[in-house]
Design a protein around this ligand. Structure first.
Ligand code: GDP
Ligand code: MN
Length: 415
């Protein structure tokens, strides 16, 4: 499972603030923060997969240890696999705040499922892809375990450099695919797919062969690959990642794990999928910001930043850092901002108890400073600002040449 982009962006930003700026990482941060992505839990992705003919294990989802126990009994399986549901990968090797090691457990005894679930639900699970303190587990997946004789890796993703979808696979799956790519690049196979013509039988067959599926398994794997590609197209995914894409001793090809990312621009035609959006792992303040279409990422410092444009927002974080301070957030107002959004942004910043000062840094090239100024004065009047506020509004020449009749300066506090 790949890290959800939101968490990845947060981690990158935290790293950037703690270290001197890294130019290479910076453009990535700007890209990552310029959009919000839909995140689904593994069980939701697997439901989509099984509804579309992709082979996954039988499973139930549980919110409590008791439900997990009941689910394990109901499955009536030879062996059960219990999996913590969080939006990050590397769960197998993760550690819970309860002390329990491993976010994925196999057992033959339903009672043990109950005992393990008790040490998972309500506790934080920390993996290589989560923040240090981990992410709280609210649900577990209780599935029929299958023996795995071989673990391969399969992903389908939109690749900018190919102008379309690409199949990526490796016979060396189950493990960190970045490590395989670094140590054995010859074990990574790619098939570029023509989005108009769709996936060709020969491409699916070649990938199945490269993944090491032999005999009748080759056709089965190719069929699963085609079904995964059709699902990828149907649901407007930007990435479908299956690691492990495995083989059982009984001769079945099964998707043992699932991570799907979606194209937010397709929300209008994928309403059912977007309704499943699990925002519970976002910080509440980030969800609130998203409601007003503001790009907000919480950081650990105490100086709130209020900036337009991701580049200037990054530079402002750097300036604060270079002067010995620490930013409390990354907030990009963007262009085309409305006065009400400015007000809401201010409301978010002032509600944060960490914030000891607010720095507004606005470049009027993409936004009219009058809108910002009016929003700020309204917010200051209504929100009883208690922390120092430093404002820099620099208008672009284009704006300077024109009159800005909308802005009538008024006293913030009555004399
Ligand atoms: P991740 O660690 O978050 O990527 O979680 P995965 O779902 O990939 O599970 C981690 C590992 O647990 C897999 O690579 C498998 O080796 C193992 N695993 C998961 N499900 C099963 C199962 O049904 N049977 C067996 N034998 N192993 C499993
Ligand atoms: Mn996995």
């Amino acid at each position: 499972m790949a890290a959800p982009v939101g968490a990845q962006a947060r981690k990158l930003l935290r790293d950037l603030v703690l270290r001197p700026p890294l130019l290479a990482a910076r453009s990535q941060v700007v890209q990552l923060t310029s959009r919000r992505w839909l995140n689904l839990q593994e069980y939701q992705s697997k439901k989509l997969m099984s509804d579309n003919g992709v082979k996954v294990q039988r499973f139930f989802v549980a919110d409590t240890a008791n439900e997990a126990l009941e689910a394990a009994k109901r499955l009536n399986a030879k062996e059960i696999v219990l999996k913590a549901q969080i939006l990050a990968g590397g769960r197998g090797k993760g550690v819970f705040s309860s002390g329990l090691k491993g976010g994925v457990h196999l057992t033959k005894d339903p009672k043990v499922v109950g005992q393990l679930a008790k040490q998972m639900i309500g506790y934080n699970l920390a993996t290589k892809q989560t923040p240090k303190e981990g992410v709280k587990v609210k649900k577990v997946m209780v599935a029929e375990a299958l023996d795995i004789s071989r673990e391969t890796y399969l992903a389908i993703l939109m690749d900018r450099s190919c102008n379309g979808p690409v199949l990526v696979g490796s016979p060396q799956g189950g493990v960190d695919i970045e490590e395989v790519a670094a140590s054995n690049p010859e074990l990574i196979f790619k098939e570029q797919i023509d989005i108009i013509e769709g996936i060709k039988d020969s491409q699916a067959q070649r990938m199945a062969e490269n993944l090491g599926f032999l005999g009748p398994l080759k056709n089965q794997a190719a069929d699963q690959i085609k079904k995964l590609y059709n699902l990828f197209l149907k649901i407007d995914a930007t990435q479908v990642e299956v690691n492990p894409f495995g083989e059982t001793p009984e001769g079945q090809v099964v998707c043992f794990d699932a991570k799907i990312n979606f194209d937010d621009n397709a929300e209008f035609r994928q309403k059912d999928i977007f309704a499943m959006d699990d925002k519970s792992e976002n910080e509440p303040i980030e969800n609130e910001a998203a409601r007003y279409d503001l790009k907000y990422i919480g950081l650990d410092g105490n100086i709130a930043c209020f900036v337009n444009g991701a580049g200037l927002a990054m530079a402002t974080c750097d300036i604060i850092f270079l002067n010995g301070g620490k930013p409390a957030n990354f907030l990009d107002l963007g262009g085309g901002v409305k006065e009400s959004q400015v007000y809401q942004a201010f409301k978010l910043l002032t509600a944060d108890p960490k914030v000891e000062a607010i720095l507004v840094n606005i470049f009027g090239g993409i936004v009219n400073c009058a809108i910002i100024a009016n929003g700020i004065t309204k917010a200051c009047r209504e929100l009883e600002l208690k922390v120092p506020l430093v404002v820099r509004l620099e208008a672009h020449r284009w704006y300077k040449k024109r009159k800005q009749p909308e802005f009538v300066p008024q006293a913030i506090a009555p004399a």
